[in-house]
Write a protein that binds this ligand. Structure first.
Ligand code: GLU
Ligand code: ZN
Length: 502
């Protein structure tokens, strides 16, 4: 990227991804990470990971692991970090001291109820702090919070690459709490101190944080005017507070109802997409379309390298982006089909061997899978669909899908005749067991009962594979072999006859 948006073009670009580890890794976070990563890659800059784990009650170590492993899976390992806010508390307290000494903070012991009561008495509907303690000169401590005295007039302007200048009148800004009554610094303070110390040049994050940004700017400028210097986290210690970073607030993600994606309602966990068998390259490609598209309209399939070459922060759209799982799945299917067969087989491995596989480990056979792999590859959108396509090859008995059985065998009056005729025809093929021969024989079976091939196949497929969908039938039977195919046809007939008698 051109250096035109860096706060100081002589300074190398440093971006950060700053997730709070409070749950599964959200697709919106992954998109934020990607856009930061792209800016770093295209500018030869540095992609910093900062774990904002100051909320001890909501943070869990496993969520941190989830973030790290998801970023690794997506090919977006950080260049620096992870830094952890929980390890930097002393630094935030130093900032509080500086701001206090500079006269930017004052102590406030008002309770929420007291503030509300005063507002109500004054006929003020909107909740907010009224500045009651600002001029009282209360001492710190004794359960008092520290508030930041916002300017009475003027505006704070967020220069946003995506949204343009967003002006916040200072008069409408509360004297916000910077340090809780417990002494814990608030998110916005830690966030700004870190961005300064880590020499961040571009703050690229979700638009949900836009309302917080003017507070961050006020804190940033206040620290600068206190003579606040960096601590050496990035670069030398003692450098003066840098100029404000470039801001870019990314559009929120919405579902098909155009509602903000919700952790409870929508499938937002990146981990779950990995587990379902989305390919990282397809996932990254799709994330790239959430709020951005290549300059060449209509191009929707591209590599991370192409995205790195084409991406421009100023081209990001500010309207909400629809996270369309169906579209992503479709895209993933295209990526799956594009893989060289060898790579497809390799990518399937986690679903074929190990605890997740639906068959005993010793039942899996590499060569058997390789024989059907090209056929399976054409028919799955995500790798998690692969086991159910091939389980008939590795399970001793075909899986029992009762619905398929009821529909295609038990519920089909012609099924019994077809299975009997197929058994006879296939017996005769034992010595010449090929997909072509099986095809021809089944065609003849169908003609014998007045059915087209597709309709004649259905009961055979369910009898032998247990399922109504799968790779092409005759290739499947060829790989399964005469022994097992005929045994399963026999078992299906026995089940049908048993059901008749019952
Ligand atoms: N930790 C914040 C969050 O996860 C993001 C802060 C930032 O990017 O500035 O919402
Ligand atoms: Zn007060």
């Amino acid at each position: 990227m051109s250096a035109s948006h860096s706060a100081d073009s002589r300074v190398s670009v440093r971006v950060r991804f700053a997730p709070s580890p409070t749950g599964y890794f959200h697709v919106g976070s992954a998109r934020t990470a990607l856009f930061n990563w792209l800016v770093a890659r295209q500018s030869g800059g540095t992609f910093v990971l900062r774990i904002e784990d100051t909320d001890a009650e909501r943070n869990r170590e496993e969520w941190v692991d989830g973030i790290l492993s998801a970023m690794h899976w997506l090919g977006m390992d950080p260049d620096e970090g992870p830094y952890r806010q929980s390890a930097r508390t002393a630094r935030y307290h130093e900032a509080v001291e500086a701001l206090w000494a500079g006269g930017f903070l004052y102590a406030c012991g008002c309770t929420h109820d007291e503030v509300t009561a005063r507002n109500t008495a004054a006929g003020i509907q909107t909740p907010g702090y009224d500045g009651h303690c600002r001029s009282l000169g209360l001492p710190r401590g004794e359960g008092r919070a520290l508030r930041f005295a916002t300017p009475d007039g003027g505006t704070t302007v967020v220069r946003d690459v995506i949204r343009g200048d967003v002006a916040f009148p200072c008069a409408a800004m509360d004297d916000f709490v910077a340090v809780k009554a417990t002494g814990a610094p608030l998110f916005v303070l830690a966030n700004v101190v870190d961005d300064i110390d880590m020499a961040i040049t571009h703050v690229i994050r979700g638009e949900d944080l836009l309302p917080t940004t003017p507070k961050g700017i006020l804190l940033w400028e206040a620290l600068g005017s206190c003579g606040w210097t960096t601590d050496g986290t990035a670069g030398p210690a003692g450098a003066p507070t840098p100029a404000l970073p470039v801001f870019a607030h990314l559009p929120m993600l919405v579902n098909e109802a155009r509602k903000k994606l919700s952790k409870r309602r929508d499938p937002v966990a990146v981990e779950s997409y990995r587990d379902q068998g989305y390919l990282p390259a397809a996932f990254v490609n799709y994330l790239g379309l959430l709020g951005w598209s290549p300059p060449d309209a209509g191009v929707e399939v591209f590599t991370a390298e192409q995205m790195t070459a084409w991406f421009r922060l100023e081209d990001v759209n500010h309207s909400p982006a629809f996270f369309d799982v169906a579209k992503m799945t479709h895209l993933n299917g295209a990526y799956v089909r594009d893989l060289p067969t060898e790579a497809f087989i390799e990518a399937c491995r986690p679903w074929l061997v190990g605890d997740a596989a639906p068959w005993p480990a010793e039942a899996f056979d590499e060569a058997t899978f390789a024989a059907v792999a090209p056929l399976v590859q054409e028919r799955v959108a995500v790798l998690g669909e692969v086991p159910s396509m091939v389980d008939f090859l590795f399970l001793a008995e075909p899986p029992v899908d009762e619905e398929a059985w009821a529909k295609a065998v038990a519920g089909d009056e012609g099924a019994r005749d077809i299975l009997v005729a197929a058994t006879d025809a296939y017996e005769a093929l034992r010595a010449g067991w090929t997909a072509d021969a099986l095809h021809a024989a089944t065609l003849a079976v169908g003609e014998g009962v007045g059915r087209k091939l597709g309709k004649a196949q259905a009961p055979i497929r369910v009898a032998v594979t247990g399922r109504r969908v799968g790779p092409p039938l005759f290739e499947s039977l060829e790989v399964l072999g005469p022994e097992r195919t005929l045994a399963r046809l026999g078992a299906a007939l026995a089940r049908l006859d048993g059901a008749d008698r019952a």
